[in-house]
Design a protein around this ligand. Structure first.
Ligand code: TRP
Length: 331
């Protein structure tokens, strides 16, 4: 039997190139060797997005993005978290085994408290219980589907460890393996994608290149990448140039070698390097963009795909919740 890989994608904005190389591509790669269960974590997004139109558009946008990037819903169980009511029953079950102190130590909660303290505000200002209990809902997402591995970025590792702790606390109490304890899978060779300003590409820095913007916007954004004041003639170092770092993600070996040489020889200005970058990025993203636009133009079909995914997911989820009920004496 294949092992199970599961990951959730929080629909808090539009997908960008950093998500593509950092999360989507590696997770799709894993579908070759694992039984994959990938879902849209819409109730996690609700903690921050209270505008219904925005949330609905994000959910469809992220779902369409995964499909456009190559997720095969015949092979991967692909669903919305909100379509699996067992998630919320399991969350309640796990709450009884989650110490409040564990939640106090969660990085995201601690960071929010620290920010408030620095601003001399009440430590819990603007913090809802959804944020505070975020790791329990996430543990439920994971444990519900008997996940072996959870491919995530480094920032999520603490959450997976908490899921592991909570599952083990349950198993310890009932002296049997009610739940499978998951492992984080952090891929070491996944590239850190630089953003327009050279820092890691991230929505919170506002330095992203969206995955599905039109060609004109794509060119405009690439032209906006921050460079230094070296003249056209000067030889340049490809390895410290974020244009080149981005180029490497999209170009083949020969193209990479050739552009690196042009950097070192001098005589190539930043504008020209950006044109080269635009051309390889657009080459890879054009077909994705086309598929994305087709999928998004047919929301009924998209919703049907997600519904079919939920239908496959629910019996698995129901079995997990039943296992707990039985172990706990709630039948
Ligand atoms: N917290 C994850 C993020 O922000 C999203 C997420 C929700 C998730 N539930 C999950 C990831 C379960 C992996 C497994 O990226």
């Amino acid at each position: 039997m294949k092992k199970i890989s599961l990951t959730g994608i929080k629909p808090t904005g539009s997908l960008h190139i950093g998500n593509y190389f950092g999360a989507i591509k590696p997770a799709l790669e894993l579908t070759k060797d694992y039984d994959a269960r990938y879902f849209i974590a819409d109730y996690h997004a609700l903690n921050t997005i209270k505008d219904p139109k925005e949330l609905a558009a994000n959910i469809r946008g992220v779902a369409a993005g995964w499909l456009a990037a190559g997720l095969d819903p015949g092979k991967v169980i692909f669903y919305r978290q909100s379509s699996i009511p067992e998630t919320f029953e399991l969350t309640t079950q796990l709450m009884a085994f989650t110490s409040k102190g564990l939640m106090n130590r969660a990085h995201a909660y601690k960071a929010a408290v620290q920010e408030n303290t620095e601003k001399n505000e009440d430590p819990d200002a603007g913090i809802n219980m959804g944020l505070f209990t975020y790791p329990v809902l996430m543990a439920a997402d994971i444990i519900l589907f008997d996940s072996d591995v959870v491919p995530v970025g480094r920032d999520q590792v603490q959450h997976i460890e908490m899921a592991q702790d909570i599952a083990q606390a349950v198993n310890f109490n009932y002296k049997c393996e009610v739940f499978k304890a998951p492992q984080a899978l952090v891929q070491e060779d996944v590239a850190v994608v630089p953003g327009l300003d050279g820092r890691k590409m991230s929505k919170s820095y506002g330095n992203t290149i969206p995955l599905f913007c039109d060609e004109k916007t794509l060119r405009k954004l690439i032209m906006r990448i921050v460079t230094n004041s070296q003249s056209v003639e000067e030889p340049k170092d490809p390895d410290t140039s974020q244009i080149y770092l981005l180029y490497q993600l999209f170009a083949n070996e020969e193209e990479r070698r050739s552009l690196a040489n042009r950097y070192r020889e001098g005589g190539m200005g930043w504008g020209e390097a950006k044109e080269e970058l635009f051309s390889v990025v657009n080459r890879e993203l054009s077909p994705l963009r086309e598929r994305f636009n087709e999928i998004i133009a047919n929301p009924a079909e998209l919703d049907a795909i997600l519904r079919r995914g939920a239908e496959k997911a629910r019996p698995i989820a129901a079995a997990t919740v039943r296992r707990f009920r039985k172990a706990a004496g709630i039948e």
